[in-house]
Write a protein that binds this ligand. Structure first.
Ligand SMILES: Cc1cc2nc3c(=O)[nH]c(=O)nc-3n(C[C@H](O)[C@H](O)[C@H](O)COP(=O)(O)OP(=O)(O)OC[C@H]3O[C@@H](n4cnc5c(N)ncnc54)[C@H](O)[C@@H]3O)c2cc1C
Length: 451
């Protein structure tokens, strides 16, 4: 099918009193969800000449959390042709800073110190603007992009030859879209994984978050200007992300013990956590709310099966890990590109498409595991002490910075320093158990992030 054939809408007549016949469309690929994963996939497929329908239930621009990008994002933004537009809405991010709430000590990780130094910065963006640009780009590249249109159901053909996606526009008009392949990019709504009952919660990362935009937050200056600040508290962590227009994004992610026994609105909970953090509250003296306060629970999960005949789940629709290292948007857009490749292959040769789809999920799951190793241990006193004063022996620090820059699909060169870091962690942990470890400033850490 050519891409200009995607819109074959029929406006059927309606008998008085009868339910409206759904408007019908046909496409090579239906993409459910117009966030970073879906818009990347739709643009990539449309550029390859496929007929794509992209469904987004909301209207862009709309608020979304996930504002700090990684250097490796820039490659994808460049391939999509939107890098200059994103640069205009972004705050230049040369690195990440980790601050101990216990000691007040800060450790900077400049991306310029990563093993791969071809991209030494990223951008921090208001997602309302960022997602809007990506969605419009998909439409510009030829996808039939529908906003305020929610996918409500799906029937796969029993012979594995495509599916019928049911949707509803904001005015209630039903829509039926026949597609040969479906990419689920519905984010945390997990459209397919929930319907197929294949979503597994991650019991090791049972956290929840409260977050908002503020004005009047003290900015980091000089060599730390533009850095994301991650403040490590006793039972969770904060992000402080500088955005354009004097706005700062602040959120707290805590494990169950951080929220247990506390009641109140998300705003009250967030303000109480901020007040309890000496390092965050110092930066927020005189700051005021500039948005609603949002919350997200049931944090991390993954689909046990992320693909099958005629479908693939990408981005948060497949899995989600704690966002401490700002990996979500990069992984979603990477999955968008890989998902487009799998769909493209499927349309020509289903066996090849199936194999590529499986590989996409496998690669993304491996990247999530790599970053989860650090996340699960971030409240561990040994890991925290190593992280807040990293040695560069065996290029360990540069290897960790490399990971923090988004180089998650490990090459051997990148993997070795990380292995050295892990070995050092296990060695120090063993020494500490038998009372021989070196002094560690973070040694009195509270509830571990592990469940
Ligand atoms: C608290 C928190 C902080 C985070 N911080 C960061 C960060 O700093 N950096 C980072 O990189 N990542 C961060 N993330 C992760 C990041 O937000 C996500 O990984 C990223 O948005 C995933 O992109 P996506 O396209 O898969 O899903 P989404 O961005 O969620 O997009 C999915 C889209 O699908 C639409 N949709 C859903 N259901 C349907 C349906 N049935 N029909 C049609 N449309 C539908 C939704 O409206 C939405 O627009 C954070 C996440 C959380 C929860």
């Amino acid at each position: 099918m050519r891409k200009d054939e995607a819109v074959t809408g029929t406006a059927p007549g309606m008998a008085p009193g009868a339910a409206p016949e759904p408007e019908s469309l046909a496409a090579d690929v239906v993409v459910i969800g117009g966030g970073p994963a879906g818009s990347t996939a739709a643009a990539t497929l449309a550029l390859r000449g496929h007929a794509v329908v992209l469904l987004e239930k909301e209207a862009h621009p709309r608020f979304h959390i996930g504002e700090s990008l990684l250097p490796r994002n820039l490659d994808i933004l460049e391939r999509l042709g939107v890098l200059p537009e994103i640069a205009r809405i972004g705050v230049h991010k040369p690195g990440a800073e980790f601050v101990s709430d216990r000691t007040g000590r800060s450790q900077a990780f400049p991306f310029a110190r990563a093993l791969d130094r071809d991209r030494t910065f990223a951008w921090q963006v208001k997602r309302a603007e960022f997602d809007h640009i990506l969605f419009e780009n998909a439409a510009r590249r030829g996808a039939h992009a529908l906003q305020r249109t929610q996918a409500t159901g799906i029937d796969f053909h029993p012979d594995g030859e495509g599916a019928m996606v049911r949707a509803r526009r904001a005015d209630g008009t039903p829509l039926a879209i026949a597609a040969r392949y479906v990419l689920d990019a519905s984010g945390r709504d997990t459209f397919l994984a929930s319907r197929m009952r294949v979503k597994s919660a991650n019991k090791y990362n049972n956290t929840a978050a409260a977050y908002a935009h503020f004005r009047g937050v003290a900015r980091r200056e000089a060599e730390l200007e533009g850095y994301i600040s991650i403040h490590l508290a006793e039972d969770g962590w904060f992000w402080i992300i500088p955005l354009q227009g004097g706005v700062t994004s602040i959120g707290f992610v805590g494990n169950q013990s951080a929220w247990k026994g506390r009641s109140g609105s998300p705003a009250e909970l967030l303000m109480a956590r901020i007040a309890a953090s000496p390092t965050v509250s110092t930066r927020m003296q005189g700051a005021e709310l500039a948005s609603e306060v949002f919350s997200t629970a049931n944090y991390s999960y993954r689909a046990r099966t992320g693909s099958g005949d005629g479908f693939l789940m990408i981005g948060d629709a497949f899995g989600f890990v704690d966002p401490m290292f700002s990996t979500g948007v990069l992984m979603a857009m990477t999955a968008g590109e890989l998902g487009a490749e799998a769909a493209d292959a499927w349309l020509e040769n289903p066996a090849r498409g199936r194999a590529l789809a499986r590989r996409t999920n496998r690669d993304l799951a491996a990247a999530m595991d790599r970053i989860s190793w650090l996340i699960y241990r971030v409240n561990d006193p040994v890991l925290r002490s190593m992280f807040l004063a990293p040695s560069n022996l065996f290029w360990m620090r540069d290897g960790v910075v490399n990971m923090l820059a988004g180089n998650l699909r490990g090459s051997l060169r990148a993997e070795l320093p990380v292995l050295a870091f892990k070995a050092a962690y296990h060695g120090l942990t063993a020494l500490r158990r038998i009372g021989l470890g070196p002094a560690m400033p973070e040694a009195v850490a509270a509830a571990p992030l592990r469940g």
